[in-house]
Design a binder for this molecule. Structure first.
Ligand SMILES: Cc1cc2nc3c(=O)[nH]c(=O)nc-3n(C[C@H](O)[C@H](O)[C@H](O)COP(=O)(O)O)c2cc1C
Length: 331
């Protein structure tokens, strides 16, 4: 058992979180994560309407009686979804934990906290993490440059970003980005985090609803096989390397505008990758930790072995370094 402020304050067995994932954060995965003793998030906007979100929460409850949450992601959009209605659906459904990503959490946090809901804010900089703490969130998930999805524009990897955040924040910190195993979990705790948030690793589990070909591609990919798109738009996203992401980067470098890449990056195309396993149909998020992933376990196998490995590292490998006598020839 690894107990931290996060496990205590959120009532979760293990300090491991499955972050929101568009098209992926559905009942089966979230319930499997909850049943494994970790914290999973349904992704609100994967559901076409707020009523569908209500139904997805109900479906998740049929599969688990343990705590789980809902992720609400607020990103620049040509036709913004009705965020307030999704927020109301979350409140009506009696969900107790919400992950907010992508924008200043002030407005949503105030409403959610009025209903006793705990809020985790996902940030990519110490400045934004501090701001989130100021507006009253209960924990911060801080995404380093390694992460899948949106790493922000400052390019600070977790080895620096996590301790930089942990040393100034009073609320629990979840280290996010690049974590795929017990070594990453132990390292995050050593850096001052109270738990870890993972996307790519949970994407590649038995219970994630995506096509098997995508999971096999993640296993085959190394840490070199991602692209950073939307750099020129100030809205960087780390996605898997494929024909489409390479084309988007090429158009951006040649001075193209959003209109020139809009079709290539559409959600409709990206969804096809996950549904049909057509790896070059569109863009799909994946992080650098692909290079550390070489199997497709069940969620329970993954969580159990991460906790066992981190515990072994902390109690044996690292502890033995302290206890080891200096050998005669090194003295
Ligand atoms: C396929 C996929 C979709 C994602 N979609 C979202 C999303 O809709 N909202 C969000 O806040 N984060 C999203 N993320 C980011 C994850 O929640 C998490 O922060 C990130 O994956 C952590 O980095 P890692 O992949 O190295 O573990 C997504 C990640 C993946 C892999």
């Amino acid at each position: 058992m690894l107990r931290t402020r996060f496990t205590e304050e959120f009532g979760i067995e293990h300090p491991i979180v499955q972050g929101g994932m568009m098209w992926v954060g559905r009942a089966e995965l979230v319930a499997a994560v909850a049943n494994a003793g970790a914290l999973g998030f349904i992704t609100a906007l994967t559901q076409p309407t707020p009523d569908d979100l209500r139904a997805e929460v109900a479906r998740t409850r049929e599969l688990t009686d343990r705590p789980f949450g809902v992720n609400l992601t607020i990103l620049p959009s040509i036709t913004p979804p009705p965020y307030e209605e999704y927020r109301q659906a979350i409140i009506d459904s009696g969900v107790t934990i919400v992950e907010i990503a992508g924008a200043n959490p002030a407005v949503h946090t105030a409403h959610l906290k009025e209903h006793g809901i705990k809020v985790i804010h996902k940030a990519t900089s110490v400045k934004h993490a501090l701001k989130a703490q100021q507006v009253g969130v209960d924990a911060v998930s801080i995404d380093g440059f390694e992460c899948a999805g949106h790493p922000g524009e400052q390019d600070i990897p977790g080895l620096v970003l996590i301790p930089a955040a942990a040393r100034v924040l009073d609320i629990p910190v979840l280290a996010s980005g690049g974590i795929a195993d017990g070594r990453g979990l132990a390292a995050a705790l050593a850096l001052g985090a109270d738990g870890v948030n993972m996307g790519t690793r949970f994407l590649c589990t038995q219970e994630s609803s995506i096509h098997h070909a995508v999971k096999e591609k993640i296993v085959a990919n190394s840490e070199l096989e991602t692209q950073l798109i939307f750099r020129t738009l100030g809205n960087t996203a780390r996605v898997a390397d494929n024909e489409v992401s390479r084309k988007v980067v090429e158009i951006e470098r040649a001075g193209g505008t959003f209109a020139d890449i809009a079709d290539l990056v559409s959600g409709r195309r990206g969804r096809k990758v996950f549904e049909n396993g057509d790896l070059d149909a569109g863009i799909w998020s994946a992080g650098l930790c692909q290079g550390l992933i070489d199997d497709i376990p069940t969620v329970a196998e993954l969580v159990d072995r991460m906790v066992a490995e981190a515990t072994e590292i902390i109690t044996h490998r690292l502890a033995e370094l302290v206890a080891a006598p200096v050998s005669a020839d090194r003295a």
